[in-house]
Structure formats: C-alpha cells, structure tokens
Design a binder for this molecule. Structure first.
Ligand code: C2O
Ligand code: CU
Length: 476
C-alpha cells in the first residue's frame, strides 16, 4: 500500500484519529491568556512566622464558553493563590470560611502534626477561622491544598477550592521565577452541567472540557529557553497521560514529595488525581506547541484532549543548564529487615479491607519515624492511593519496578485494576494518639463514599495503649 492509499484507508477506518496524530482542536482556538494563580503575600510576624490568609468564598466564573456559573475559590471566585515557603520557615495559615457550609482545608503533601493537617477532623464552620501553624521541614516540593470534609470533598474541590503550595529548599538550580520560568499547571476536567452530581456513576465526574489553572483553551507565552512546569492533577477522577503534540521529550525533575536524584528524560508522564510532577521543557525561539493528554486503557483516562498552547517568544532568554544531579533530593527510603507490612484491599468503590470509612475508628497505629511496607491491592475498578503526612517510594507494581521518573518520593500513587502496589512508607515524627491522619483513594467520589481509613502516629512502644475509637465532637 502506498502512502496515499494508506491515508485513505486510515480515514475510512478512523485510524488517523486513533493514532492521536490529529490535533483534537484547532490550535488557533487556544487564545485566552493562561491564568497563573497569584503568589500569596504573607505578612511576617515578630518571631519571623510567615502568616498566610485564605478565605473560602463563593463567586461566579465563566469557566467555559457561555453563562457564568457559581464557583468557589480561595480569595477569589475560583481556585486559590499559590503559597510559597522555604524549608525552615515557620508558617501560620488563617483560613476563614465564608461558605454557607462547613468545610476543611487539607495541606496535601505537607509533613505536619495531625491537628494541623486539615482533614475531616478539623472542620471550619461557616463564619469561623482556623489557624494551623507549623515549621516547614521537608524536601522541595510542589504540594497543594484543598477541602477535605468527609462526604463532600468531591463537591467542594470540583466547585474550585484548590491551590498550590510550593516548598523551596536550598539555592535554586532549576528555573524558579514564578510565572516567568516556573509555572504551575493545575489540570481539571469539567462537564457543561453547572452543578453535576460528583457522586454519580462509578468514578464521579469525568469531564470533556479541560481547564488549566481555570482557563479553557489557554495560551501561555514563554520567554526563556527552559521552563519548569509544576503540574498538579486537580481533577476529581481523570487520569492524564501528558505529551506534547510534536512528541518532544522533556525532563522530569521532581514528583509529589521531592526532587528526583537526577533529571529523567521522557516523552510522556501520567498523573492520577492528587499527583504532581515537575518537568523542565526546552523551547526554541518562535515555536509553538500544544500540551495534551492522550487516551489510555482505563475508564478514567478516556479521550484525547489538548490542554494548553505554549508560544515561545522569537528571542528566548538564556536558562541555566539542567544539572546532572539534583541537589536536595531526599535519600532513598530504606526498609528495615523486620519492617511491619500492612495490607489494604480496595473493595469496589467504597471500602478498604471490607470497611467503609468511620470517623470514630482508628484503623492503624504507627510508631513515629517508622518505615513500613504498605501493600495496596486493587480488585475491580481503577483507583489511586494517597497517604497523609508521609513520603513513600513505590517498590513495585505487580512485581515490576516503577518507571524511573515515578520512582522518587511520592504521596499518591496509581493502583491499576487487579494489581498490587507495594510502597516503602516513611512516617513522620509528630505523635498524637487522639488525632488521625487519612489514607484513601484520591478519586474523590470514592473517597467520599468511604474508601478511606485513619491512622495515628504514636510514641514507639505505646502502640497497644492507644484507644481504637475516638470521640467525635461536632462533626457532620
Ligand atoms: Cu489530597 Cu486526603 O487528600
Ligand atoms: Cu478509587
């Protein structure tokens, strides 16, 4: 078959689009300037504490073509500002709830005491203010913050409550000028229905309209040879397989919980809800390219969608060379010979080890500073697994090592259907036998329906003295 015959045959069988070689959208349609969330300016207290103020509020946004819809945001109508702090900083968050219902704000990826974590046990009533504080002490990361009220997380996040939380550690060797060559990309998918039911269907909301930082069909102008993108999957259920339309390669420099030891060259990365990846992409003057997600083999990654168009200035400013090794990469998690192994079986879409989430039940008690093996087994549907407070490394997925770019420190991981993921989990040092951290599927419909459990971190040696039920105060 010659090329012409092949193309005709391909058109007839629909092969051309199945190859993903045809752009899903005309690049000219990408013309709205990509929104970059503003940096949140802290005020500095007398003891040097950085105080950040966040207000959860309602607003209206025209996210998609058509009428504006009701949206929620932090300090604005949709999404929230980016918080940036350095390792060693003392921080205090002042979170005020101006919504009509109780919510919480969880610092996803932060290593902090359980009472500051912002999970379902730290509710903020309408009109109330919650002020957690801690000392930032962890490797450089791209983390984020979002509500975590039990049973309502999917709705609150889908409405728009999410923001980035960047931790710096040591001198910048990668592009780090926020909004110039260090740019957040918050990926979300939406449906046209202004108020969809996030608990409907097996996975909840899977949209076919893609937003990046709340911008539909955005255009981003870059002016430097290299740009670092901090990509967050802030979607309720969708799994992304990110590539550039021209197939170019780029470098992964960091994952959820810290830099990789060295940059890893790839032409595609995959992200499930809650996961982050930091990549450095090179550009040449005057070019333009689309970032897109391509279909995979699961129910949660169907569809090819272009996400954002990147346009490089004719003349690009020089960027520092990509380092061969990345400073500040955390040491590998070393599993001791007698490590505790805990097993978690994800059942259907609403239970772990046969039980639905119960806020008064402590499922696991972990000694401070432990390194354990957590085995997460999946039965039917696609899931992922997030553990609060910790950093982990994936040991294997059904016996196979993770891809190099995904082998660094993480806090959220994809768990394919009918497979087992083994994690080497490093727990933190803050003890509180009465206040649990969460572990759960980060497909928010599943989390809300009960695929979540609770663990406490306690003084080593006191594991057996810890009460396994906790009194609930005024939670709903
Ligand atoms: Cu991103 Cu338990 O959450
Ligand atoms: Cu799930």
């Amino acid at each position: 078959m010659n090329r012409r015959q092949f193309l005709t045959a391909a058109a007839l069988t629909g092969l051309a689009s199945a190859c993903g070689s045809t752009p899903a959208t005309d690049p000219a349609a990408f013309r709205t300037q990509l929104r970059v969330p503003p940096l949140l300016e802290p005020s500095r207290g007398e003891d040097g504490t950085l105080a950040f103020a966040l207000t959860m509020q309602r607003g209206r946004s025209a996210l998609l073509p058509g009428e504006p819809v009701e949206t929620w945001g932090f300090n604005g109508p949709y999404l929230g500002p980016t918080i940036r702090a350095s390792r060693g900083d003392k921080v205090r968050m002042t979170v005020t709830n101006r919504l009509a219902e109780t919510s919480t704000v969880h610092w996803h990826g932060m290593r902090l005491p359980a009472g500051m974590d912002g999970g379902p046990h730290q509710p903020i009533e309408p009109g109330a203010t919650w002020s957690p504080h801690w000392t930032v002490d962890q490797p450089a990361t791209t983390s984020w913050y979002h509500p975590h009220p039990h049973g309502a997380t999917a709705r609150h996040v889908y409405r728009g409550l999410a923001g980035m939380f960047i931790v710096d550690d040591g001198p910048a060797e990668l592009p780090s000028r926020y909004g110039v060559d260090d740019i957040p990309l918050i990926l979300q998918d939406k449906v046209l229905d202004p108020a969809p039911d996030p608990l409907k269907g097996t996975f909840g909301i899977l949209g076919d309209h893609m937003l990046v930082n709340g911008t539909y069909r955005g255009l981003l102008n870059v002016r430097t040879e290299r740009v670092r993108f901090r990509v967050l999957n802030g979607s309720n259920a969708r799994r992304y397989h990110l590539t550039f339309a021209d197939g170019r390669s780029f470098h992964v420099v960091g994952g959820d919980a810290g830099p990789l030891a060295a940059p890893v060259e790839v032409d595609r990365v995959s992200l499930t809800p809650g996961e982050r990846v930091e990549v450095v992409v090179s550009f040449t003057g005057g070019e333009q390219v689309l970032l897109r997600t391509v279909s995979g083999s699961d129910d949660i990654d169907e569809g090819d969608f272009d996400l954002v168009k990147i346009v490089a200035a004719p003349r690009l400013a020089a960027s520092p060379p990509l380092p061969g090794r990345l400073a500040g990469a955390p040491a590998p998690v070393v599993v001791p010979p007698q490590a505790t192994v805990r097993r978690f079986r994800l059942n259907g879409h609403d239970a772990i080890n046969g039980q639905e989430m119960d806020m008064s039940r402590i499922d696991e008690v972990v000694p401070a500073g432990a390194v354990e093996i957590w085995e997460v087994e999946n039965t039917v549907y696609a899931h992922n697994f997030h553990i609060h407070e910790v950093a982990f490394q994936v040991l294997d997925v059904d016996g196979a090592k993770p891809e190099k770019w995904a082998a660094g420190h993480k806090d959220t991981v994809y768990v394919p259907p009918k497979s087992t993921v083994r994690l080497a989990v490093q727990f933190g040092k803050f003890t509180d036998p009465g206040t649990p951290y969460m572990y759960h599927c980060h497909l928010l419909r599943h989390e809300d329906s009960g695929m979540m459990g609770q663990f406490v971190i306690v003084e080593p040696g006191t594991e057996n003295q810890v009460p396994r039920t906790i009194p609930l105060h005024h939670h709903t």
